[in-house]
Design a protein around this ligand. Structure first.
Ligand SMILES: [Zn+2]
Length: 442
């Protein structure tokens, strides 16, 4: 299903809609002002004004699969080191035979050796230079990617992202890139350049497929999802919420081995559906997706989409609350990810949101939970010293329950935690709905 562009954003300026907590009451009854993070409030306003995002966050709040898919550390989405470009990958016929592509690549490789050995000898030494040039160009362009909000700008961004993804993945397929490469090589390798390039392209199709599958494997590890869960969630984000778009698809016939059939499709509305021109069977498709700008921006937030989900849920809870909080005039105060008003007006709750790299070993994740809980208890102590009564302290993390639950009980039974007169709880992607139940006002 093709997606419609987002409806133009409607600006909502009414702060009251957010139900922001502006003061906190000390034990002696006096009040202190709170300062909160306006960038994070603006993120919520964006969500309120883009229907696809509102629907998405309603779903994130209630659907575990979507939380697992989107509550990742932002670097886990990025296959290129140092380049801020989240990408997803999926196949129409998951993990179908790639032998024809491998064969196409090896055949080209063989031809290359037979026919253009001499050219290759002259070409290979300069290849790193050419790729380095691409890398530079690519980083420069993505660094300039503007943060865009209107429809027109979304179009421009789509164009840029598509072009850059294509350039980076296929390296030499764009016309400009091709011209540059041809120019460079021709001056070194003369008339032997054409067969060499054709062969390199074939090798790259196989390379792109392997690249996509490797990235998918990493995504599955970092989300702790099965492939079926991942696939279903990705389809929802693309079709139901219109927040993921295909950038580049590799299409190949899994049947034709003798004369392999394959091609790249760039910037199609949907992944292409193709019949093999030789054997007439349906061709397999591997597609690279990118998140559209409103989602891309949220994924890039410091606490990822998890932090925003926590804020969204607090905003929905009916309680007064605030994101990114400092207490005015409080020395040595550190930022609290969120605070909210308890039933008793003289008490507040605090929430710490933590997104970790989930491809770390279990032991590392356990020690991260310990650090997170230490931070939470320090938050409690700072407030307690300032005579602010915190009766609940919650940690929301993307660490899976099966890893966290086994250590959290032990940590909380330690003296430094058990002596804190406050309800301390940890919520995981699997139990986030319990957090929503606890904070929602009856
Ligand atoms: Zn075929």
């Amino acid at each position: 299903m093709a997606c419609r562009p987002h409806p133009r954003a409607v600006k909502i300026d009414d702060h009251d809609l957010m139900n922001i907590l502006e003061t906190v009451t000390l034990r002696d009854g006096s009040k202190r002002k709170l300062k909160c993070d306006s960038d994070q409030l603006n993120s919520l306003k964006t969500i309120q004004s883009v229907p696809e995002l509102t629907q998405l966050f309603d779903a994130v709040a209630t659907e575990e699969d979507i939380r697992k898919f989107l509550w990742r550390h932002r670097h886990d989405y990025m296959p290129f080191k140092g380049v801020v470009l989240p990408i997803f990958y999926d196949e129409s016929m998951p993990f179908r035979d790639h032998d024809p592509l491998a064969y196409e690549a090896s055949k080209s490789d063989a031809e290359l050796r037979v026919h253009v050995y001499d050219a290759l000898n002259r070409f290979l030494p300069i290849l790193p230079d050419i790729l380095a040039g691409f890398e530079e160009q690519f980083q420069e362009t993505t660094a300039k990617l503007p943060s865009l909000e209107t429809e027109r700008e979304e179009e421009i961004r789509t164009e840029i992202v598509t072009r850059e993804v294509t350039n980076r993945i296929i390296q030499m397929y764009s016309e400009d890139g091709l011209r540059k490469v041809v120019n460079t090589i021709t001056s070194r390798a003369g008339d032997l350049v054409v067969p060499a390039l054709a062969s390199i392209f074939s090798i790259w199709k196989y390379g792109a497929l392997q690249f996509g599958r490797k990235h998918l494997e990493n995504l599955l590890v970092s989300s702790r999802q099965s492939y079926e869960e991942y696939h279903r969630t990705l389809k929802q984000l693309a079709d139901r919420f219109c927040l993921l778009s295909p950038a580049t698809s590799l299409v190949w016939c899994t049947q034709c081995r003798k004369h392999p059939q394959s091609y790249f499709a760039v910037a199609s509305q949907d992944p292409p559906v193709s019949t093999c021109p030789v054997c007439k069977s349906e061709m397999a498709v591997g597609t690279f997706y990118y998140p559209k700008s409103p989602l891309a921006k949220l994924l890039d937030a410091r606490d990822g989409l998890l932090g925003t989900t926590v804020h969204w849920s607090l905003r929905e809870s009916g309680r007064s609350w605030a994101p990114g909080v400092y207490v005015e005039g409080l020395a040595d105060d550190t930022e609290k990810d969120a605070v909210f008003q308890m039933e008793d007006e003289n008490e507040i709750g605090i929430v710490e949101s933590k997104v970790h790299h989930l491809d770390s070993p279990g032991r590392t994740l356990e020690s991260q939970i310990r650090e997170d809980l230490n931070q939470l208890s320090n938050h409690w102590r700072t407030y307690d010293k300032a005579d602010i009564h915190v009766s609940s302290a919650y940690l929301v993390t993307n660490i899976p329950q099966c890893v966290g639950a086994s250590v959290v009980d032990n940590i909380l039974s330690l003296k430094e935690f058990s002596e804190i007169p406050c309800d301390i709880e940890v919520f995981y992607p699997e139990t986030f709905e319990d957090f929503r139940d606890i904070i929602s006002e009856e």
